[in-house]
Design a protein around this ligand. Structure first.
Ligand code: FE2
Ligand code: FE2
Length: 274
């Protein structure tokens, strides 16, 4: 079996052109395009790309229309399909209308696809109206049902909110709120790895012995070692993922850059974060 190689991007926080971007004036579209430009230079072409949520900053219809256009262009230029999931900055109805071309609805968005015997499950951990991450009973039941049929190369589960702890106390509330429910649903089902985002830095741990890798944001990063403040950093990166003989390997990657500090938020001084 030839190894399966793909790229995992997250937290692209894109906005439609011409909007006032509240995040430090960064051109998120340019940052996304820079990542795909680098992916096109890789000596091994990935089979596909996944983006694990926070597709947009504001979640407006125009943002999703713009996102669709950009991702269609990048998928064509790179020659690979791009699969997306939703994060806490996303809104389901404008996503369904602007990106999927469907009737707008608040229906949760989760699905799976196969690549040469490897199953990828894209979950939706959003709790609408909040920034919290949680898997509800319906989705957990769907996941258990999906995993009941074995995939020859195993399954990788993708979710916006991570399941492993980080150095930062501020990030504790950013984690999935019911990791034990997820652990129960995937127990003994040949899940070979978990991929996520949301925390905006590379962080690798495990859930009941299953490796779990969160990636830094494409749009911007956070300093993982700032444990009582949030230091927003101008970097960009993604994960290179290989599946070989039914096992997953992850290489966290940063694009070249200065990793310049953009902004430092101290919750002790300014409790209401803009
Ligand atoms: Fe994010
Ligand atoms: Fe997020």
């Amino acid at each position: 079996m030839e190894p399966i190689f793909f790229v995992h991007l997250t937290d692209i926080h894109i906005n439609a052109p011409g909007k006032n971007n509240p995040m430090f004036g960064i051109d998120m579209t340019a940052k996304l395009r820079a990542v795909f430009a680098e992916i096109r230079t890789l000596r091994t072409k990935p089979a596909f790309a996944i983006i694990s949520g926070d597709l947009t900053q504001d979640g407006d219809l125009a943002d999703y229309v713009h996102l669709k256009q950009v991702l269609d262009e990048e998928a064509a230029a790179t020659g690979i399909p791009i699969h997306v999931g939703l994060g806490n900055h996303d809104f389901r109805a404008p996503f369904r209308e602007g990106f999927l071309g469907e009737e707008p609805s608040e229906q949760s968005y989760y699905y799976s696809f196969m690549e040469r015997g490897l199953r990828i499950v894209m979950l939706n951990t959003q709790v609408p109206g909040t920034h919290d991450g949680r898997l509800d009973e319906h989705q957990l039941a769907w996941l258990a049902d999906t995993l009941s049929e074995p995939a020859p190369e195993g399954t990788i589960v993708v979710l916006h909110h991570p399941v492993t702890p980080t150095p930062s106390a501020l990030m504790d509330s950013y984690l999935l709120q019911n990791p034990t429910d997820l652990a129960s649903a995937i127990l003994g089902k040949n899940v070979i790895g978990l991929l996520s985002g949301h925390i905006h830095f590379h962080n690798i741990g495990s859930l009941n012995g299953i490796v779990s890798a969160a990636a830094t944001g494409v749009a911007f990063g956070l300093d993982p070692m700032a444990t009582v403040t949030m230091r927003f950093v101008d970097n960009s990166g993604y994960n290179l993922v290989t599946v070989k003989n039914g096992r997953m390997a992850v290489q966290p990657t940063y694009l070249p850059g200065e990793h310049k500090l953009l902004y430092e938020w101290d919750p002790a001084k300014h409790p209401a974060h803009a």
